[in-house]
Design a binder for this molecule. Structure first.
Ligand code: PLP
Length: 381
């Protein structure tokens, strides 16, 4: 295999075809501020509204339901800051495997007097609908459960969860950052009231995302100022990035079934090779997962050591452990699924894209096989 092999697409994707070309005029010569009433301003404003339609079309909502933000983290933060603005107290329920951009603002709410409760997941990383039904009470203001997990790729049964919430008239927020472009996501059919998305996870540029809101919800702003985005998110719009997310949305919609087919066949091939090696744990192997994601652990391996060994051989993958003060802690997602610390500390995530080839997957499997037998030889000495 020649060159570098990028297999960390849940962290960030390459720009999809046409995205850069769509953005370039707004980086080069279209310098107008969309709030200006002259022709440069009007041109930027029209382009933004076109992009809003494209994003709306991807998730089946009206353009007025799309608020552009700086990405998934900001969208998630707006959900929790908005809740605090609307209510002084109450209960919030979220799954124990949410992204830190949900967990951290929720923790801030608990400092402000809210009661924040985590819904446990089963050994497949799935939130049980009956657990949610049991946990909701009169004080529950919001439930937040992600569409798909960034580490395991596990997909939640969002429609079943929202059915419970809608029945009890409780707001439901879904962090769909990892699902957009990988799964068919229909905001309206899913029955959610708030949804976060981020362009750089589906072929758009970094630093742009959206908060999708149910019609008439009028969710309070996180950032105040000049009243852009109909007052729901102030600040001069990042026009090139907004054009980028629109172009990426068009591409994601048209390539979805091809994407899923391509990624699933490579993922299945890689899993087959891993299982042939033995001594491997594939997390949530039998759960409904994103077609592009494999999270696994090779017995005896520490993830950071393996990740660096793979990096030296030109493979860029991710580990599931957080390395803070030089000390590695196992992935909290795996801990929540009941995985023991030693297995969790070896967790490696491979996330495939449309650019990934069979040759790359076979090469990666061979490299892992060699590393595993080298390790066995050392142990047998
Ligand atoms: N939510 C999930 C599930 C994610 O995977 C990420 C990024 O990894 C985010 C939110 C944050 O998105 P952004 O990088 O756009 O802030």
């Amino acid at each position: 295999m020649k060159g570098l092999c990028y297999l960390d697409n849940n962290a960030g994707t390459a720009l999809a075809p046409n995205v850069l070309d769509a953005m370039l005029p707004y980086l080069k010569q279209q310098q107008g501020n969309p709030s200006s009433s002259h022709r440069f301003g009007r041109l930027a404003k029209t382009a933004i509204e076109n992009s809003r339609r494209q994003v709306a079309d991807l998730v089946n909502v009206s353009p007025s339901q799309v608020i552009f933000t700086s990405g998934g983290t900001e969208s998630n933060n707006q959900v929790f800051s908005g809740l605090a603005q609307q209510y002084q107290t109450g209960n919030v329920l979220l799954s124990s495997v949410e992204h830190p951009s949900v967990l951290e603002p929720a923790r801030e709410l608990s400092k402000a007097g809210f009661n924040v409760e985590e819904l446990q997941v089963d050994t497949d990383g799935v939130v049980k609908v009956n657990h949610l039904a049991d946990a909701i009470n009169e004080q529950t203001r919001l439930v937040s459960v992600m569409w798909a997990n960034n580490e395991t790729g596990v997909i939640q049964d969002i429609t079943a969860l929202t059915a419970v919430c809608n029945d009890k008239q409780v707001l439901f927020h879904c962090d769909a950052v990892q699902a957009i472009g990988k799964e068919f996501v229909d905001f309206s059919a899913a029955g959610v009231q708030l949804m976060s998305l981020s362009a750089h996870k589906f072929g758009g540029p970094k630093g742009i995302g959206a908060l999708i809101t149910k019609k008439g919800l009028n969710w309070p702003a996180l950032i105040l100022g000049g009243g852009q985005e109909a007052g729901f998110r102030s600040g001069t719009e990042n026009v090139p990035a907004i054009i980028g997310i629109g172009a990426a949305a068009v591409e994601a919609k048209s390539s979805l079934s091809h994407y899923q087919k391509h990624c699933r066949s490579l993922r299945d091939l890689f899993e087959k090779r891993l299982l042939e090696m033995g001594s491997v744990t594939i997390f949530a192997q039998h759960a409904k997962r994103l077609a592009n994601t494999i999270f696994f652990s090779l017995a005896g391996f520490d993830a950071e050591t393996l990740l660096m060994a793979l990096d030296r051989q030109n493979f860029s993958v991710s580990s599931g452990s957080a390395c803070g003060t030089g000390q590695q802690t196992p992935s909290y997602v795996l801990t929540a699924m009941g995985v023991d610390d030693i297995t969790a500390q070896g967790a490696i995530r491979v996330s495939i894209s449309l650019q990934t080839t069979v040759e790359e997957i076979e090469c990666l499997a061979n490299v892992l096989k060699k590393e595993a037998s080298r390790f066995q030889n050392l142990m047998n000495r």
